[in-house]
Each structure stands twice: as structure tokens, then as C-alpha cells.
Design a protein around this ligand. Structure first.
Ligand code: 4NP
Length: 164
């Protein structure tokens, strides 16, 4: 099982959107039992809450489920429990590294979402909590999630080459 954790600040706008979009792609490919996905926030203001209405509205428009999703905070065990810890912006990455401490030293499992889309030349996924622009985030999130899935699929193939 390969595991992915998306991280933002409040865990109500960007990272739940990425979690829902990524899971939707996994289900479309029948990979939901092979790759696990979750999301978390560096902050604790919204613990237990459903995604922001802007994220819910966007996911509804795109026919993507967010059933059962509730905000939670990043915890120390996440470092051992996830293979990819994908941070939506520069501050989120800094805060995750600070929270996880020396565990992160010398490993590259913690990285920024926009590192998946280097051609965009943008460091951060803009925060729609402040901008109100959820569609802009969806465009980046859907492209980045597709890229991450390609990357993981390549790794799975390397680990277990086709037997035909
Ligand atoms: P998110 O957006 O990190 O994408 O979930 C935010 C949600 C809540 C807050 C800030 C950003 N807040 O300050 O409560």
C-alpha cells in the first residue's frame, strides 16, 4: 500500500480538495486498495469540520465525493504512516518540517504540491480561503494529482514489473 497525505493550513479548503480529487482518480482506475489518501492541516482551528462550502460546491459541480471527510491536524505518526506528504504551500511545508522535526532530515517524502508542476513556475497553491477562487485551485489540484498518480504508477511498475 502506498500512501499520500495532502497538507494545508486549515484542512478545509485546499488539501481536502486534493484528497477528494486524488481519491476520485484512484477509484476511476481501481487503485483505491493500492494507494491510500488522506489530508490534514498544520493548524487546529477547524478540527472535525467538513470541507469549506467553496470546496464542497466545487466538488459537487465536478461530481466528486467528499463523503465522510473531516478536518484533522498533522500528527507525528504521519511521518511514518505516509510515503508522500504533499504540502500546498511554502508555509505549510515549513510548518510540517518544524512539527515533524528531525524525522524529515535527509528524506524527500515531504515536498510542495507545485513541485509536481514545475512548468507552472509557481511555488504555492493559492489559498481560496482568502482569494475566494476555488476553480483556480481545482485546475492546479487536478493537474498535480494526475502528475502524482503518474509518478506513483511508475514506481509501482518499477517495484513489480509486468509479468507478461
Ligand atoms: P486551507 O485554507 O489551508 O486551504 O484549508 C484555510 C482555511 C482556514 C484558514 C486559513 C486557510 N483559517 O485561517 O481559518
Amino acid at each position: 500500500m502506498i500512501s499520500v497525505l495532502f497538507v494545508c493550513l486549515g484542512n478545509i479548503c485546499r488539501s481536502p480538495m486534493a484528497e477528494a480529487v486524488f481519491r476520485h482518480e484512484l477509484m476511476a482506475r481501481g487503485l483505491e486498495d493500492v494507494i491510500k489518501v488522506d489530508s490534514a492541516g498544520t493548524g487546529d482551528w477547524h478540527l472535525g469540520k467538513v470541507p469549506h462550502e467553496g470546496t464542497r460546491g466545487l466538488l459537487d459541480r465536478h461530481g466528486i465525493s467528499y463523503e465522510g471527510m473531516r478536518a484533522r491536524q498533522v500528527r507525528l505518526d504521519d511521518y511514518d504512516d505516509y510515503d508522500y506528504i504533499v504540502c500546498m504551500d511554502t508555509n505549510n511545508e515549513r510548518d510540517v518540517r518544524q512539527m515533524l522535526g528531525s524525522r524529515c532530515d535527509g528524506h524527500d517524502k515531504v515536498f510542495k504540491f507545485m513541485d509536481l508542476l514545475p512548468e507552472r513556475k509557481t511555488a504555492d497553491v493559492p489559498d481560496p480561503y482568502y482569494t475566494g477562487n476555488f476553480e483556480e485551485v481545482y485546475e492546479l489540484v487536478s493537474q498535480g494529482c494526475a502528475r502524482l498518480l503518474e509518478k506513483i504508477a511508475e514506481q509501482l511498475q518499477e517495484a513489480e514489473p509486468a509479468r507478461s
